[in-house]
Design a protein around this ligand. Structure first.
Ligand SMILES: [Fe+2]
Ligand SMILES: [Fe+2]
Length: 283
């Protein structure tokens, strides 16, 4: 494949060439999708009832947390007197998160035969506060998840560039489509997997529009090569942290050595290219 880094570095007019900029951003994300597929494959190989129930319960409460975040956005966009289009988008996104939440909950209820989940702390997993770990998100229980949410906030605060901040915003939640897409490819070996795959297809389709749809516009408005480099560095850090977060959510099917290998492959763009982000429909 062409070395897009060299191509980008040799062009000092990224701002003038949205296609090159878009390829630079989607290359990172498609390689991330490949890395995420390896985490999901490790879970598929190590599945057991404890792992199945654990990731599912946490994903359910994470979707609830996303609902809460979008409900705040509905209020914000309305109070700021933004156009109906913006308010409608926040309402639509909130509704989709409700569908995601209920979909996982129905699978969970079926799997656990109506028994309540053993861990009452699980709701704290979705406590995103004001885009930072809220008081119920326990670092002691989910250090990598807590680390992910805290990192997204820190990286946004560290940059002096509003454009880089927008890239992080589009990447913070929108990158999850890589996880959901990988989950659609689980081996359909039992009823649990079949139900999960059917739901993940719906979630993956929706999540393409919870961030990735902004990439093309962001690529058209790159202010400088330096800001592109900063954005790529920051989203790479955030994606490495999501790999750790998902491995934790699956109760660590990859051991520390395997995780270190995976992270190094992703940073060097050696993980497989799964063309999800580069295949986003043009709008
Ligand atoms: Fe969702
Ligand atoms: Fe979402």
């Amino acid at each position: 494949m062409a070395n897009t880094h060299e191509t980008a570095a040799g062009t000092n007019s990224l701002a003038a060439n949205g296609e090159i900029a878009l390829q630079r951003l989607t290359d990172v994300m498609d390689r991330f999708a490949g890395a995420m597929t390896r985490v999901v494959n490790a879970y598929a190989d190590a599945r057991n009832p404890q792992r199945d129930a654990h990731w599912l319960a946490l994903q359910m409460t994470k979707e609830f947390g996303a609902m809460v975040a979008y409900s705040r956005k509905i209020i914000d966009t309305t109070r700021k007197m933004e156009p109906l289009k913006a308010i409608r988008k926040a309402c639509q996104d909130c509704y989709e998160e409700a569908e995601h939440y209920v979909g996982y909950r129905l699978i969970f209820d079926w799997y656990e035969e109506g028994k309540p989940y053993q861990n009452p702390d699980m709701w704290g997993y979705g406590d995103f506060g004001d885009f930072a770990p809220g008081p119920e998100m326990k670092q002691s229980l989910w250090p990598e998840h807590h680390g992910y949410v805290a990192m997204a906030k820190r990286l946004s605060e560290e940059t002096a560039s509003p454009w880089v901040r927008d890239v992080i915003y589009a990447n913070r939640e929108g990158a999850a489509v890589a996880f959901h897409h990988a989950m659609t490819l689980l081996p359909a070996t039992d009823e649990f997997a079949k139900r999960v795959i059917a739901h993940e297809r719906e979630v993956a389709r929706d999540e393409l529009y919870h961030g990735p749809q902004l990439l093309r516009e962001l690529a058209r408005t790159v202010p400088s090569e330096a800001e592109m480099e900063e954005a790529v560095a920051k989203i790479t850090e955030l994606r490495v942290q999501e790999l750790r977060q998902r491995n934790e959510q699956f109760l660590h099917p990859l051991d520390p050595a395997a995780m270190a290998h995976l992270e190094s492959d992703f940073r060097a763009m050696r993980s497989e290219c799964v063309p999800i982000f580069s295949a986003m429909p043009r709008n």
